[in-house]
Design a protein around this ligand. Structure first.
Ligand SMILES: Nc1ncnc2c1ncn2[C@@H]1O[C@H](COP(=O)(O)OP(=O)(O)OP(=O)(O)O)[C@@H](O)[C@H]1O
Length: 309
């Protein structure tokens, strides 16, 4: 099956000479949830803008389900739904009118059954006659998603779907997005919240200074770059670390009450058994042991730092 989205050699320089994208290649398969992560100004919105036909590309190709977005713009665009960050819809229209009107914008025939299905899927059915302006923040976001789904797109772009919303609403959005994937829609989201990518995505792309510096399955990424820290709390403070333990990579925390050891989760040998044996041999008595798994955030910070240097 051809990829649902195929981007190759994409480059964009704005009129002021700023190069926002620099040779981006990316393919997305049908049914994926793909998270695009990157610091402010990395080029995420530019990338989405090009795919959605809002920004003109300078170099490269974008194909949506085989349709070239320049040569075959209408067909390509009709496959895409875009949920922008901000409310861009007439706030005084009803939910029903907003969603069904949006279908018409893509030249699709009226289909009340489809609009009803979308509203029900998003738990908006009982709000169908409410004006957008009267909805809560969470319901407004759902209405934007419904609007983007009105013309039956195969790919849904969510630009910062949970920017500035509280934790409960964020979790609620995650449920909505997962349920949408079950209906067969491919989802590409941009986010600043690493936690969001970690929670939702099948694959993750990291963009920095207009370049995709990494695209990888989330699980593999975390296994490959993930680290664990072993924290050993001591019964009595230690003034200095015995040479044997220092050589094994242990670090003594300030105050001397705990020892820290970092190891790779993907490695075959962690060295922990030998370490515990050596602690005993040195007569060091332990109070407690815990571990801390590095998060995608740690990995992300490291990656973007490396690409900036
Ligand atoms: N119309 C424009 N003219 C000139 N420069 C622009 C224009 N639009 C965007 N840029 C610049 O291009 C860079 C990439 O912007 P873009 O909005 O794609 O980043 P982003 O990753 O979406 O950032 P954010 O997370 O802040 O939305 C930024 O440095 C921005 O200032």
């Amino acid at each position: 099956m051809p990829p649902i989205l195929d981007i190759s050699g994409l480059a964009k320089t704005y009129g002021n000479g700023f190069r926002a994208l620099n040779g981006v290649d990316l393919t997305i398969s049908e049914g994926e949830i793909f998270a695009l992560l990157g610091p402010n100004g990395a080029g995420k919105t530019t990338l989405i803008g090009i795919v959605c036909g809002l920004v003109k590309l300078d170099q490269g190709h974008v194909r949506v389900a085989g349709h070239d977005i320049e040569k075959d713009y209408r067909a390509a665009r009709s496959m895409i739904g875009l949920v922008p960050q901000e409310l861009t819809t007439d706030a005084f229209e009803t939910v029903w009118a907003t969603v069904s009107f949006s279908r018409g914008l893509f030249g699709k025939r009226r289909d009340d059954a489809h609009v009803e299905r979308v509203l029900r899927d998003l738990s908006l059915w009982d709000k169908k006659d409410s004006k957008i302006v009267t909805l809560s923040g969470g319901m407004k976001r759902r209405a934007l998603i419904a609007k983007a789904l009105a013309h039956e797109p195969q790919i849904l772009f969510l630009d910062e779907p949970t920017a500035g919303v509280d934790v409960a609403l964020r979790r609620d959005m995650w449920r909505v997005v997962r349920a949408l994937r079950e209906t067969g829609v491919t989802i590409i989201l941009t986010t600043h919240y690493i936690e969001e990518a970690e929670e939702m995505a099948d694959r993750i792309g990291v963009i920095s200074r207009g370049e995709l510096i990494l695209v990888e399955e989330k699980e593999r990424l975390m296994a490959r770059l993930g680290r664990k820290e072993l924290i050993v709390e001591l019964q009595a403070p230690l003034e200095a670390l015995p040479a044997r333990l220092a050589a094994e990579g242990l670090r003594l925390a300030e105050g001397g009450m705990s020892l820290h050891y970092t190891y790779e989760t993907g490695g075959e040998r962690t060295g922990i058994t030998a370490l515990l044996r050596d602690l005993e041999a040195e007569g060091i008595r332990l109070r407690d042991i815990s571990t801390r798994q590095s998060t995608l955030e740690d990995i992300f910070v490291e990656l973007t730092r490396e690409s900036a240097s």
